[in-house]
Write a protein that binds this ligand. Sequence first.
Ligand SMILES: CC(C)(COP(=O)(O)OP(=O)(O)OC[C@H]1O[C@@H](n2cnc3c(N)ncnc32)[C@H](O)[C@@H]1OP(=O)(O)O)[C@@H](O)C(=O)NCCC(=O)NCCS
Length: 169
Amino acid sequence: MDFRLKNGRPITIREFEPADLDGMVQMFQAMSKEALQFGLPPYDRPRLERWVTGLGGGVLLVAIDKATVVGVAMVFGRPHPRFKGIGEFVIYLHQEYHNQGLGSFLTRVIIQEVRRKGFHRVGLEVVADNSAAVRVYEKAGFVIEGRLRHAFYGEDGTYRDQLVMGCVL
Ligand SMILES: CC(C)(COP(=O)(O)OP(=O)(O)OC[C@H]1O[C@@H](n2cnc3c(N)ncnc32)[C@H](O)[C@@H]1OP(=O)(O)O)[C@@H](O)C(=O)NCCC(=O)NCCS
């Protein structure tokens, strides 16, 4: 699937293939501290390998600029029968690709994709100060379901609230 950034650059979006793992590792290595400030490191190869092998029936999309991975979006399924159809959403874009509409597009596309696969709900947790992420999620149909006070300890040594968000499909 093709997407054009606001600056006109063409991006390809498709399902992850095993050969993309190196590109994913490189993308995270090239991400700035700021872009990862609300994340949960490490983002090294073993962690990313666990992601790609542990999707649990979910979906992993990659965004590619020429041959370079510049974004990933995933919905993890959970194997327990009591969590049937309930996924968890995660998205990361390289900082040079922020604020170009790509996150909004990827989020919408992955929601459509998991709906098609029979998912019933997608949930997530996000640091409340991550305003761009919260905006992207709300635009894609997520609603704020709760606030976990001081549930994230930032690298700057301050506690931040986390928002619980969900989208019932
Ligand atoms: C969060 C993220 C996926 C968003 O993707 P993106 O492509 O930059 O987002 P988009 O360009 O599609 O949309 C950003 C929206 O947030 C708004 N926004 C950007 N910065 C903002 C800020 N500081 N305050 C409020 N809104 C802001 C933009 O105006 C835009 O809204 P609009 O479409 O109504 O104008 C991306 O920034 C990212 O990967 N960040 C680093 C990793 C991360 O934090 N992941 C999520 C939590 S783990």
